[in-house]
Design a protein around this ligand. Structure first.
Ligand code: CS2
Length: 495
């Protein structure tokens, strides 16, 4: 009852909000300068918050037009709420909720792709940011080559509105060049290695499949930059509890509410020929090279996250925090970071990989965040290379035997077989799910056969790594232990 009588968040209910929950910027008051592709929870709790604070501190026409590639619901919800949404920051028993006013507009790309193409060609827009998840780039995770399927081929025919992100980006850039609309920065905010270089390569590979377009390449080289960035904040998918908490804090309903941890980090390579918001005033680090930060974060935070997700889900633990309580889990993750990850990378100056790893485990341990193991376990084929396999490759090149990293690969192999230790079904939510099932169907149930079948997925495992006997033996050893004894017994002895 209370829910239906509570008014909806919107411009006309702003005055009802507690003082500390009000937006820093009124939507509509700041013209758009950014187009963001991917309107999920992470964007709302990360770039939107940084951008709103930057505008509040230093001004500038940097309102964000948020584009949802597929989901009509988030666009409908945000439209009904005058593009306002709240972020609840949670830590232990405390929580604070604030409404964010950074969105100058919202669009549904699937319903109106031409409107998005037109936005990318608008001279007022000078930055395009992306959080489209690893698979949205349609790059082979192992080689970085554009994966051409019928949908993408049709997009690159340019004779119908684009439905893929590569198609949309290329069309937008071609239109911008034609309109001579001025310089632009395309900023990937996804957890991919060298994400700036990847999105540049995506555009180049897509462009190479489109004939003609004289002058475009020169324009692209002179006018468009693709800096790299490292993004960090734990923001789980919203649940009914997220919306209830927001409603209780705000006194209005918020259908687009998100919640996340207090920690946040954004390291950005400073290449913005058309200008940018003063993100540094919101705590972002602007640098020449985000690479060391990005490798540190992908291999440590995301590598450990995936490891806990697979092991925890197989052990029947609902959340990352609950999985971290399995005896031996923290020790195994600490050893993974100290013995394998730390030796695989050069951290940013003054940062200790082991110290960073310990702080990551403390963040994961907060039960208030309630991040589901099954959510982090999604799309493993798109995540494993940068989170674990690069660590393995670098350690092998140095002559080491990365035992703990092999455990992470084995945990993924155990997870994708679809059964938890108690026999419950586990979902396989992955763009290569069909291929994985096919491989497993032929593999039998013996760990060596399963490993053999999955190492054959060349989109995930580079040939050199798949042929490395040391790595294979380590993975099979762990997979055998997980199979025979289960996760809890396997981890029990780790100290
Ligand atoms: C997680 C990330 O879902 C996942 O795969 O590892 O979304 C993680 O929460 C963020 O990268 C934290 O910055």
């Amino acid at each position: 009852m209370a829910v239906t009588t509570t008014p909806l968040l919107g411009l006309d209910t702003l005055s009802r909000l507690p003082e500390q929950s009000r937006p820093l910027v009124r939507p509509g008051a700041v013209p758009a300068g950014i187009v963001h592709l991917g309107l999920g929870a992470f964007h709302r709790a990360h770039q939107a918050v940084y951008t709103e604070e930057a505008i509040a501190a230093a001004g500038g026409d940097w309102g964000i037009v948020g584009v949802a590639p597929r989901s009509a619901q988030v666009v409908a919800d945000l439209t009904a709420q005058d593009r306002l949404f709240s972020v609840t920051t949670m830590s232990g028993a405390t929580a604070g909720t604030r409404v964010v006013g950074a969105l100058a507009g919202v669009r549904h790309a699937a319903a109106d792709p031409e409107a998005v193409v037109a936005l990318l060609a608008d001279p007022a827009v000078r930055v395009v940011t992306l959080t489209i998840t690893e698979k949205g780039y349609r790059l082979d995770p192992s080689t970085g080559r554009l994966m051409l399927d019928a949908e993408l081929r049709a997009d690159l025919g340019l004779d119908r509105p684009p439905v893929t992100i590569p198609g949309l980006l290329l069309r937008g850039l071609l239109a911008r060049c034609r309109a001579d609309a001025g310089p632009l920065t395309v900023l990937s905010c996804d957890n991919l290695p060298s994400n700036g270089r990847r999105v540049r390569s995506l555009v180049a590979q897509a462009r190479a499949l489109v004939p003609g377009k004289a002058g475009f390449d020169e324009w692209l080289g002179a006018s468009v930059t693709f800096p790299g960035s490292m993004v960090d904040r734990i923001v789980p998918a919203s649940t009914p509890a997220t919306l209830d908490r927001a409603a209780a804090a705000l006194g209005t309903r918020d259908l687009a509410a998100v919640h996340g941890e207090p920690y946040r980090q954004w390291v950005i390579e400073d290449q913005f020929p058309g200008g940018r918001p003063a993100w540094e005033l919101a705590g972002a680090v602007l640098t020449d090279d985000a690479g060391p930060w990005e490798r540190l974060k992908l291999r440590t935070l995301n590598g450990v996250h995936s490891a806990i997700a697979y092991l925890g889900a197989v052990a029947g633990r609902e959340t990352i925090a609950a999985a971290l309580e399995i005896p031996g889990m923290r020790a195994a993750m600490t050893r993974f970071v100290a013995e394998d990850v730390a030796g695989s990378l050069e951290p940013p100056p003054g940062v200790s990989v082991v110290g960073y790893g310990a702080s990551v485990l403390d963040r994961f341990a907060d039960p208030a965040i309630a991040h589901r193991t099954r959510q982090v376990a999604m799309d493993g084929t798109q995540k494993l290379p940068q989170r674990v396999l690069h660590t393995i490759a670098d350690r092998r090149a140095a002559g080491a035997s990365p035992r703990w990293a092999a455990l992470v690969v084995a945990a993924w192999m155990r997870y994708v077989q679809g059964r938890a230790d108690d026999g419950q079904a586990l979902p396989l939510d992955d763009p290569l799910a069909g291929l994985i099932r096919e491989r497993l169907a032929d593999a039998g149930s013996a760990p060596a056969g399963v490993a053999e079948a999955l190492f054959g997925l060349d989109a995930v495992f580079p040939a050199e790594l798949a042929a490395d006997d040391t790595v294979r033996a380590l993975v099979v050893e762990w997979l055998t232990a997980l199979d025979r004894h289960g996760v809890e017994a396997t981890l029990a002895g780790v100290a």
